[in-house]
Design a protein around this ligand. Structure first.
Ligand SMILES: NC(=O)c1ccc[n+]([C@@H]2O[C@H](COP(=O)([O-])OP(=O)(O)OC[C@H]3O[C@@H](n4cnc5c(N)ncnc54)[C@H](O)[C@@H]3O)[C@@H](O)[C@H]2O)c1
Length: 283
């Protein structure tokens, strides 16, 4: 299975990042958003980011032009019909993702691989919505996708070895380091990371320390590149609550039970960087 044409569904934080990674590594990319204007805005942001890289001498102008020419924005799911691999990166909600897999199953060519960038949800649930559950897999990129080396490749119980190998090869072709992990909520990274992030919110809610001091402590004391509250803002608080809920549903471990403050912030529309307000303010 050779992957040359990649479809991305969803042009949020992760869909945009994965589109950039795939295009920069030479793949043709069809970027689908529900509204054409959103997909076009993502391509415009990519153009800006490439121009900055050219200005800094990190990229040749010719390369930047070629990357941009490889990304086609669309609002039509039908435009994914001839993709070898489709990666969905829409909102972390199982029923939305399952519905999307039902539609992709009808639209995509028979030998296409359908993949999900879910952080926690059961890959097998999406696989079983298709006629080819052997060709469905998790491919979990990290945020920001252009910078983070890791990709978790997550076979469902139904996924064939051929599919896993093709997705591992795709991740490597994107310049990433893939690891293979079973279809369990949170895979490796989020299963280990989220109790820590959740407990940082518990600590803030208890008034143990200020937001700045909690973040400063984990940076200075553990040599982490950013503190837990800043990281939650980067991930998105809505996505974080969805991740915690999926982890709690599966393991019933109280460390995964989203702290009430986190849930209330989401209700208030304080989603982190993407809304301009989270634990910190962003302009
Ligand atoms: N944010 C992270 O750090 C991170 C990291 C790795 C993986 N993920 C996963 O990536 C996926 C997307 O997360 P994100 O951070 O890009 O979120 P986001 O909020 O930035 O983007 C979500 C996208 O889903 C679309 N969407 C929302 N409702 C929809 C619907 N009903 N039908 C179709 N599209 C819909 C939105 O228009 C948007 O394009 C999720 O599965 C998430 O768990 C997120």
């Amino acid at each position: 299975m050779t992957i040359t044409r990649v479809g991305i569904v969803g042009s949020g934080i992760m869909g945009s990042g994965i589109a950039e990674v795939a295009a920069k590594s030479g793949h043709d990319v069809v970027l689908r958003s529900r509204r054409l204007t959103s997909a076009e805005a993502t391509v415009a942001a990519l153009e800006k980011s490439l121009a900055k890289q050219v200005a800094k001498g990190k990229l040749e102008q010719g390369e930047a032009d070629a990357v941009l020419a490889r990304v086609v924005p669309t609002e039509k799911l039908n435009d994914l019909a001839d993709c070898d691999l489709v990666i969905e990166s829409v909102v972390e909600d199982l029923s939305t993702k399952k519905q999307l897999f039902i539609e992709l199953n009808h639209i995509c060519k028979d030998d296409a691989i359908l993949a999900t960038n879910t952080s926690t949800l059961p890959v097998v649930e999406m696989a079983m919505e298709t006629h080819h559950p052997d060709r469905v897999c998790g491919v979990h990129f990290f945020n920001p996708a252009p910078m983070m080396a890791l990709v978790e490749v997550v076979p469902a119980l139904t996924t064939s070895r051929e599919t896993i190998d093709a997705v591992m090869a795709f991740a490597e072709a994107c310049g990433k380091t893939p690891v293979e992990v079973k279809d369990r909520a949170g895979f490796i990274v989020n299963a280990l990371l989220f109790p820590y992030l959740n407990n940082a919110v518990r600590m803030l809610e208890a008034g143990t320390a200020s937001r700045e001091d909690i973040d400063k402590a984990m940076k200075g004391g553990c040599n982490f590149p950013m503190g837990p509250l800043a990281l939650l803002d980067l991930v998105g608080l809505d996505t974080s609550v969805a991740i915690l809920d999926a982890l709690y549903d599966e393991f019933r471990d109280p460390n995964y039970a989203a702290i009430p403050l986190l849930r209330r912030m989401v209700t208030a529309g304080h989603l982190g960087r993407k809304s301009g307000q989270g634990f910190y303010e962003y302009s």
